[in-house]
Write a protein that binds this ligand. Structure first.
Ligand SMILES: [Zn+2]
Length: 422
């Protein structure tokens, strides 16, 4: 996928999901780069305090000796590099991008001008991107949907004529699904596939799931909040809102998703500037109030289009990772085994450090993080299929030498646990 559109879908136009500093927050203490971080660290030299091998047994600097190698850097003098495998206890994929507690996908069904004129600008003002599920036979102007696609929103298939699947034969249902998808591909020049499907009228008979799966990688057809590992990608849940629209109910659903660590999919039909709506027509003032609530909680919730979140989950469930030796040193290797042409999203992974680490610098790819003493976890971004160099560096300290074998080194050793599925 083209980089700008991918970034917009992942995290809004500014790359921060509308939440300002949340990425930094989720990632723990981010270093400001080499020289400044090191200046602070070097000052600690000689009085580095190591808290303990585990909670019950204090660790002395000399205990790390067997794990350390001296590195000489031109601008900061001697530094000590610790084997990352002795410091990183486990690597696991974060449930949601950037280590957020929940995910949210805003969806708009049935093709309405108000999606373009009201919904999209309101979302974009907050750094959000949504999903527009088109009934392709009623599209009168494809250029607005092309434009929304280019601005990072998702265009989804809601069939050509909006017939309930249960009223069709399997052959006719397949025709409706394929026609909707092909209409979108014929008129929206960017995408080469349509990721998401929405069942007309929420009617998602089980015989239809396999047919939808031939053409799409996710579909919405049930009600509620999705767990982090959905049981069925062809019948995912959403929360539909109808008259009388209650922003309290909408906000409560988001809050519940955050407390459950789930995926919240609110969906709307038309929006209106009028103060009061009707059955399928939601006043934009209500929609705006809900978006404000989502934005207030954006430190906890990842907002991205429906198909983007589904792809993230698929990749996360398939993720394998390992710390391996390469010619350029220790690297974190992550892979999914999925087709990279279809699943190309970066993922967030959580590195857990062993108890009792003093402050250190984590070099992860091109990024540097100054990790405060006692920090247990930070979240970093990886590209499946990639090798990211990992280095752990500390200032030299009394008793921390780069030779000899420490008595504690056996206890410090830990293998990388990487759950295959959650
Ligand atoms: Zn519909």
């Amino acid at each position: 996928m083209e980089e700008a559109r991918l970034r917009a879908r992942l995290a809004g136009h500014d790359g921060e999901g509308g939440g300002g500093s949340m990425r930094t927050r989720a990632m723990g203490f981010r270093g400001r780069g080499g020289a400044l971080g090191w200046a602070a660290l070097i000052l600690l030299g000689g009085q580095l305090i190591l808290a303990g091998c585990d909670e019950s047994s204090p660790l002395r600097p000399a205990d790390l000796t067997g794990l350390a190698q001296i590195h000489r850097t031109p601008d900061s003098g001697d530094t000590v590099a610790i084997d990352p495998r002795q410091v990183i206890e486990s690597v696991r994929p974060a449930d949601w991008y950037q280590g957020k507690r929940a995910a949210c996908s805003l969806v708009f069904d049935d093709t309405s001008w108000s999606h373009y004129s009201l919904a999209a600008p309101e979302m974009e003002a907050r750094g959000f991107r949504g999903t527009f599920a088109l009934v392709t036979s009623v599209v009168f102007d494809w250029s607005i949907w092309q434009e929304l696609d280019e601005r990072g929103h998702e265009i989804a298939n809601h069939t050509r004529y909006h017939a309930s699947m249960s009223t069709l034969t399997p052959a006719r249902a397949e025709e409706e699904i394929v026609n909707g998808r092909d209409d979108i591909l014929a008129h929206i020049p960017g995408p080469t596939r349509v990721d998401s499907f929405v069942y007309p009228n929420g009617d998602a008979p089980s015989w239809c799931w396999e047919i939808v799966a031939r053409y799409h990688r996710c579909a919405r057809g049930a009600h509620g909040i999705n767990p982090p590992v959905p049981g069925n990608f062809m019948c995912l849940a959403g929360s539909g809102y109808y008259h009388p629209f209650s922003v309290e109910e909408m906000n409560a659903n988001l809050d519940q998703a955050i407390s459950q660590g789930g995926w919240y999919v609110p969906y709307y039909h038309r929006l209106t500037n009028q103060p009061e709506g009707s059955h399928l027509v939601c006043p934009v003032r209500i929609f705006r109030a809900h978006l404000d609530h989502i934005a207030e909680r954006s430190g906890d919730v990842w907002v991205a289009p429906f198909g983007t979140v589904a792809a993230y989950i698929r990749e996360r469930m398939a993720l394998r990772c390992d710390l391996v030796d390469t010619f350029s040193g220790c690297c974190l290797h992550v892979w999914t085994g999925l087709d990279p042409a279809q699943f190309d999203l970066p993922l967030s992974v959580v590195l857990t450090f062993r108890v009792g680490m003093p402050e250190f610098i984590l070099r992860f790819g091109n990024e540097s993080f100054r990790v405060a003493e006692g920090t247990r976890e930070i979240t970093v971004e990886v590209q499946p299929g990639g090798y990211t160099p990992v280095r752990i560096e500390m200032a030299p300290a009394d008793g921390l030498q780069a030779s000899g074998l420490a008595a504690c080194s056996q206890r410090l050793h830990s293998s990388i646990a990487c759950p295959t599925e959650k």
